[in-house]
Design a protein around this ligand. Structure first.
Ligand SMILES: [Zn+2]
Ligand SMILES: [Zn+2]
Ligand SMILES: [Zn+2]
Length: 140
């Protein structure tokens, strides 16, 4: 049986020059299906295979993040939320909108903002991540 998600996950890994390990493929498949960024424990609980423990999930996310295929989208309640980097440019992640009423956070992939410029000496800007707050359509 041909699993299109499996193919996509393997394609992402091949492009990044990473080996297709079971853990990498499984985690990418979870992120491919996700509609918003997920915490590590949420990713773990969505994995089909129970064979992958917390440490494996942590290390795998780390290697995928290092390779630039996964982004730490934002931190909420002291936990990073991970997502695929495919809707981001090299220097800028798409903004994330959090509803102050219901707490839901959504990827705003159709919003792009100009890159900040820092005129103060000594700063090297590597990535721009923007958080937006307000009311979602359901709460507005
Ligand atoms: Zn991103
Ligand atoms: Zn809301
Ligand atoms: Zn996002």
């Amino acid at each position: 049986m041909n699993d299109p998600l499996d193919d996509k996950a393997r394609h992402i890994l091949r492009e990044a020059g990473l080996y297709c390990t079971e853990a990498r493929v499984a985690i990418l498949k979870v992120l491919l299906e996700a509609t918003s960024p997920l915490r590590q424990d949420q990713i773990g609980s969505r994995l089909e295979s129970r064979a992958l423990n917390k440490v494996t999930v942590y290390r795998t996310l780390d290697s995928l993040t290092e390779a630039g295929r996964v982004h730490r989208a934002y931190m909420q309640n002291r936990a990073w939320h991970f997502e695929l980097a495919d809707h981001c440019s090299e220097k800028q992640c798409h903004p994330h909108f959090t509803c102050t009423n219901c707490g839901v956070t959504r990827c705003m992939t159709d919003v792009s903002l100009p890159m900040a410029t820092i005129t103060q000496k000594g700063y090297i800007l590597s990535r721009q991540q923007v958080r937006l707050e307000g009311l979602c359509p359901a709460c507005a």
